[in-house]
Design a protein around this ligand. Structure first.
Ligand code: PGA
Length: 249
């Protein structure tokens, strides 16, 4: 069976004290679902968060990394550095990284390779813009993002990828894809993976949905057969809301 995953992307929010406070709150929540729970604090708080969340069942993950192992890349963080503090999973390709920091499928392919070479798991984000959907090109865009950033991977390597479909028009806007829109795209993504890697791999890959998931809509979105979890932004910053989403499975 595919893993259910609910990951909280804290983005550029929470200093050290707020990070600790939120983790204390998260640890008090009751988990009634089978979903794996992850949180992605900012780089400066990863080590503290990792220590604080130990043995809580909440995995602390990173929001980004650089593709090089080390060297003259001022301001950047490598996979090896993340691994050195215990981080096993990294989010790559978030639409905000693509939009504001010029990340492309090409540079993301290098980041994916670096993460996998370091034995990390990748949550790979992708999704179309509103203009793509309006012009009916959403499947073409999504397929090209997958092909350009991931389809060079071997079957074995691809198994370490978790996909996060995040239509850009639904991120932080309060506008969610309808459960049927999410299901249609997730089914298309799974079919695209099956064509490249076969049905067994396609059936085993978790595909998360992201974009304005909240306690009020999570249950319906997660009820769709090809939606295996969520990447949660705004609603992951409140412990009760985040666990209401975790427990929506
Ligand atoms: P949101 O963000 O839940 O605030 O829309 C989702 C994301 O950016 O991953």
């Amino acid at each position: 069976m595919r893993k259910h995953i609910v990951a909280g992307n804290w983005k550029m929010n929470n200093g050290l004290i707020q990070t600790e406070t939120l983790i204390v709150e998260l640890k008090k929540q009751e988990k009634t679902s089978d979903a794996e729970v992850m949180i992605a604090p900012t780089f400066t708080n990863l080590w503290h968060a990792f220590q604080s969340a130990k043995q809580s069942g909440i995995e602390v993950i990173a929001q980004n990394m650089h593709f090089a192992e080390n060297g003259a890349y001022t301001g950047e963080i490598s996979a090896g550095m993340l691994k050195s503090i215990g981080i096993q999973t990294v989010i790559l390709g978030h639409s905000e990284r693509r939009a504001y920091f010029n990340e492309t499928d090409e540079s993301l392919a290098k980041k994916v390779d670096a993460a996998l070479a370091n034995g990390m798991r990748v949550i790979f984000c992708f999704g179309e813009e509103l203009s793509d959907r309006k012009s009916g090109n959403e499947e073409i865009i999504v397929e090209s993002q997958l092909k350009n950033a991931l389809f060079h991977l071997s079957t074995d390597a691809f198994k370490h990828i978790v996909l996060a479909y995040e239509p850009v028009w639904a991120i932080g806007t309060g506008e969610t894809a309808t459960p049927d829109q999410a299901q249609t795209m997730h089914a298309f993504i799974r079919k695209t993976i099956a064509e490249k890697y076969g049905n067994d791999v396609a059936d085993s890959i978790s595909i998360l949905y992201g974009g304005s998931v909240k306690p009020s809509n999570a249950k319906e979105i997660f009820s769709k057969p090809d939606v295996d979890g969520g990447l949660i932004g705004g609603a992951s910053l409140k412990a009760e809301d985040f666990f209401a989403i975790v427990n929506a499975f």
